[in-house]
Structure formats: structure tokens, C-alpha cells
Design a protein around this ligand. Structure first.
Ligand code: NAD
Ligand code: UGA
Length: 475
């Protein structure tokens, strides 16, 4: 690839207006008023929502996002389906498309499906003009830049639409934002990682970040280390959660308290206190996908033992979800038919409307399989989204339980518990910290249970108003 020089970035195109592309470009545009940022997507419905006058309709809920969109959209930030023109105009292109786990074919269940990355690379290759810097923002298996490079190189010879030669530089710039805190994470990142071989391209991307990020937080590496570091960061975070969740079960059997254990362990500076909250298992679109990908790569290179080690992080996560469903059935006398369970929280974590891999999905499915009715309260997840996760017509698929197994979505927390036998708290939304427990129990059948998987509810208070209480990790 040629190492041509661009002196200044004036126009950016981001392919993919999802959970990463939208917020990332909103923050980038806000901090670089002189750069025009076009966010493109193939999904027109999503783009309409990004362009909606009513900021409550944005396709993603993130604290602080609507304010940023309000201030920057139409100024130097645009959401559009005009992919070819935006690529043509751009000096720098971010690829922020989805990279889910393959569901069929070679590597199914483990390898990342690079279909969307490849189609983005082909679009870039076809429409780019002159020299273009291509930035991998999506999380990609180590050495994917090589695939992108070979696609782009094949088009370099063809020339651009004016007949001039086109050329490309490739950078890896993985994103570390967490949902629910995306804007703050983007505005104040722990680090910005840039991997690449072209010093000029690295400097230009660095310059963009320097408008709001300290130089000492910007780390430059080779391409492959950058790609791998992203996946390893997620694997380490997930591993901490599986570690603490495994101990939560031991606490329940030994009368220890998981909060006290987490606190004591986390006070060791070498361990640190973050990511030690036990819960119903990690969810979100990335942890499982990225560890699966790590396992796939390890196996590819013959590192079976390393692959097994990381596989166990996923196994513990699945085990934790199953364990919770089982405890509920056992506590409710081994029978859920004709019972009602109120689910508090359906998103995989608070402050997001994202339900991808939410532990609520598999736990609700297990409970529905047992034949109970489920009523769900979540402040941000829509009924349509729950329908996509739990199935149509509010009916569970199993023939066996079809007659009485169904779910409803409630807009009111207190109405949600009407005639319920139990509350199952799965997401630690702020709304759940100061609930009126007396008011909640008044609507419920007796004996009334709370199953708290996030250690949110005050045990003593719940008992004093008459609840039977099970708290994750408490003996
Ligand atoms: P997403 O599904 O929310 O968004 C991806 C978008 O790309 C979709 O809107 C899709 O329509 C669009 N798209 C796909 N192919 C396209 C094409 N050829 N042209 C135009 N648009 C196209 O995904 P996401 O959550 O934003 O994740 C994107 C990447 O970022 C993934 O690799 C993910 O692992 C990584 N990541 C995600 C997060 C997160 O919190 N969600 C954080 C860090 C990194
Ligand atoms: C995670 C990483 O934190 C981000 O750095 C990364 O960029 C992102 O994945 C990604 O690549 O997609 P995210 O999945 O949005 O971010 O949210 P997290 O805060 O990491 O939470 C993931 C899951 O772990 C949630 O279900 C959460 O409830 C659970 N969790 C988290 C716990 O159970 N305990 C904890 O102590 C922390």
C-alpha cells in the first residue's frame, strides 16, 4: 500500500450507526467542530430515528446522548444513507459495523462473522477517492486488518472515479466504551489505542483525539497488538465477573456475604475494586462474543489448554444463569404453573435499552418453560424488543406449556406486581433502590418472595414488611 500523505482531516465517514458508531461520532464531532462527520448505515429506519426531531426517539438510550445530538446534528454531524457519496468525500473512514459470532459454517458459535466488515471494506474500496485512512473501530479478530488490506489493495490498481490512483492506510482504533456510560467513557477515556504502520495516518488520528484527550492517554502500537488488546480487555473483565459469580455460590453455602468478600478482596490495590459485583451473569453484545473469538483463535493456533481456560469463563456465566432459575423453582415449592413472577429489569445493565445477551432472556425463558406468567418492568426496554427476545404473541414456544405460559410488559412498577408470587430483580436500575416495599407487597400473593440477583434491596426492610427474601451470594 502506498504511504501517501494527507495533511489535515476535514471529512470523516463512519460506517455503522449503532451503539458504537452513533455515540462515538457524536463525541468526535462535538470536539472537532471543523470536521464534517457523516454517519452512514444500511438500516434506513435506524437513520430516521437518529434524525428524528423528537430526541426521545433516538435508536439508542445513553445518558447525555440526546443533548449531544441536539447540539451537533445538522452542524457538523449527519446521519445519512448516502454511503457512496460519504465515502467519496471522506479523508478518514471508521468501520463501526457489527461483528457477531458466526451462527453457521466454519467456526460457528466461536468465530466472528466478518460479513459486514468485508462488505464495508468493499464499499470503501469501490467509492474511495485519492488517499483514504481506514480505521477499524469494530472489535475484530487479530490480523483482520490483513483481510481489509488485501481487499483495498485489489482496488488500488483500478483507480478512483476521476481515473486517479487510490490508496489506503489502515489503522486499528478499538472502542472501549461501556453502554450506559458511553458518553462519559468517550469524553474521558482511560486510554485511546491506535495501532498501525503509517506514522502520518497515526498522527492525523491522534490529532483528532488530542482535541479532548490527554496525550499521555493515547497509546500507539502495532496493528496486531491493538486488535488483540481489545479482545483481551473484554476477556479479562468478563473473567473477573465469572470469578466473583463462582464465589457467590460458595457464599450462599457457607453463610459468608458476597459483598463483604468483594469489598475485602477489592481493597487489595493489586486486585482493585471494580468489576467485582456478583450478579446473574454478564450480558451485553460483546463479552461472550469476544471470548468465543479468543477461544477460536487459540484453537486455530493449537493452544487447546488456553482455549479451555477461557471457555470456562463462559461456562460459569451460563451456569450462574441456570442456577438462579433453579433456585427460584425450588423456593417456590418446585412448581411454577399458575404462578406469576414479576421481572424487574430486562436490559443487560442499567441506563441502556440494549438487551443483547441479557441474562434476563435465558432466565425468563427457563421460568416460562416451567409454566408461569411473567410480568416485566424495565424503564427503557420496549415491548417490541422483549417480543424479539422472548418470542411472538407473548407465547412460549414449548407445546407442553403453551396454554398458560406467557409474558406481559408493565409500564408501572407497582402494577407489575399485581397478584405476583415473586419479584425477580435482574438489572440494577436506579428505580429499584428506593422502592416502597410496603406498596409492592400489598398487591402480591402470599407467601411473597423477592429474589435479588444484584444486591439492591435492603434485606431487613424487605423481611420487616413480610417478604421472603433470597439474595445472591448471601448465606
Ligand atoms: P450495532 O449492531 O449496534 O451497529 C452496527 C451497525 O452497522 C448497524 O446499524 C448495521 O445496520 C450497520 N451496518 C452493518 N453493515 C453495514 C454496511 N455494510 N454499511 C453500512 N452500515 C452497516 O453494533 P455495535 O454495538 O455498535 O458494535 C459495533 C462494533 O463495535 C462491534 O464490533 C462491537 O464488538 C464493537 N463494540 C461494541 C461496543 C458496545 O458497547 N456495543 C463497545 C465497544 C466495541
Ligand atoms: C463492555 C466493556 O466494559 C467495555 O469496555 C467494552 O468496550 C464493551 O464491553 C464492548 O466491547 O462491547 P458493556 O458490555 O457495555 O461494556 O458493559 P459492562 O459494564 O462491561 O457490563 C457487562 C455485563 O457485566 C453486564 O451484564 C453487567 O451487569 C455485568 N457486570 C459488570 C457484573 O455482573 N458485575 C460487575 O461487577 C460488572
Amino acid at each position: 500500500m502506498e504511504n501517501k500523505k494527507i495533511s489535515n482531516i476535514k471529512n470523516i465517514c463512519c460506517i455503522g450507526a449503532g451503539y458504537v458508531g452513533g455515540p462515538t461520532m457524536a463525541v468526535l464531532a462535538a470536539n472537532n467542530p471543523n470536521i464534517k462527520v457523516n454517519v452512514v448505515d444500511t438500516n434506513k429506519t435506524k437513520l430516521d430515528l437518529w434524525n428524528s426531531e423528537n430526541l426521545d426517539e433516538l435508536p439508542i438510550y445513553e445518558p447525555g446522548l440526546s443533548d449531544l445530538i441536539h447540539k451537533n446534528r445538522g452542524r457538523n454531524l449527519f446521519f445519512t444513507s448516502n454511503i457512496s457519496d460519504c465515502i467519496k468525500e471522506a479523508d478518514m473512514i471508521f468501520i463501526s459495523v457489527n461483528t457477531p459470532t458466526k451462527i453457521k459454517g466454519l467456526g460457528a458459535g466461536y468465530a466472528s462473522d466478518l460479513k459486514w466488515v468485508e462488505s464495508s471494506a468493499r464499499q470503501v474500496a469501490e467509492f474511495a477517492n485519492g488517499h483514504t485512512i481506514v480505521v477499524e473501530k469494530s472489535t475484530l479478530p487479530v490480523r483482520t486488518a490483513q483481510t481489509i488490506k488485501s481487499i483495498l489493495q485489489a482496488y488500488e490498481e483500478k483507480g478512483d472515479f476521476q481515473g486517479d490512483k487510490k490508496s489506503f492506510s489502515i489503522l486499528s482504533n478499538p472502542e472501549f466504551l461501556a453502554e450506559g456510560t458511553a458518553i462519559n467513557d468517550l469524553q474521558n477515556p482511560d486510554r485511546v489505542l491506535i495501532g498501525g504502520e503509517d506514522d502520518n495516518a497515526i498522527k492525523l488520528l491522534e490529532k483528532i483525539y488530542l482535541n479532548w484527550v490527554d496525550r499521555n492517554k493515547i497509546l500507539t502500537t502495532d496493528l496486531w497488538s491493538s486488535e488483540l488488546s481489545k479482545i483481551v480487555s473484554n476477556a479479562f473483565l468478563a473473567q473477573r465477573i465469572s470469578s466473583i459469580n463462582s464465589i457467590s455460590a460458595l457464599c450462599e453455602l457457607t453463610e459468608a456475604n458476597i459483598n463483604n468478600v468483594s469489598h475485602a478482596v477489592g481493597m487489595d490495590n493489586r486486585i482493585g475494586k471494580k468489576f467485582l459485583s456478583a450478579g446473574p451473569g454478564f450480558g451485553g453484545s460483546c463479552f461472550k462474543k469476544d471470548i468465543s473469538n479468543l477461544i477460536y483463535i487459540c484453537k486455530h493456533y493449537g493452544l487447546e489448554d488456553v482455549a479451555d481456560y477461557w471457555e470456562s469463563v463462559i461456562s460459569i456465566n451460563d451456569w450462574q444463569k441456570k442456577r438462579i432459575s433453579k433456585i427460584i423453582v425450588e423456593k417456590l415449592y418446585g412448581n411454577l404453573s399458575d404462578k406469576k413472577i414479576s421481572i424487574f429489569g430486562f436490559s443487560f445493565k442499567p441506563n441502556t435499552n440494549d438487551t443483547r445477551e441479557s441474562p434476563a432472556i435465558s432466565i425468563c425463558k427457563d421460568l416460562l418453560e416451567e409454566g408461569c406468567l411473567i410480568s416485566i418492568y424495565d424503564p427503557r426496554v420496549t415491548e417490541e424488543q422483549i417480543c424479539l427476545e422472548l418470542g411472538d404473541n407473548k407465547q412460549v414456544s414449548s407445546e407442553k406449556n403453551k396454554s398458560n405460559a406467557k409474558w406481559t410488559k408493565n409500564e408501572d412498577l407497582y402494577e407489575c406486581t399485581l397478584n405476583s408470587d415473586a419479584i425477580l430483580l435482574l438489572t440494577d436500575w436506579e428505580d429499584f433502590y428506593n422502592m416502597n416495599l410496603k406498596k409492592l407487597i400489598k398487591n402480591m400473593r402470599i407467601p411473597s418472595w423477592i429474589f435479588d440477583t444484584r444486591n439492591v434491596i435492603n434485606h431487613k426492610e424487605a423481611k420487616s414488611v413480610g417478604f421472603n427474601m433470597w439474595k445472591l451470594g448471601n448465606g
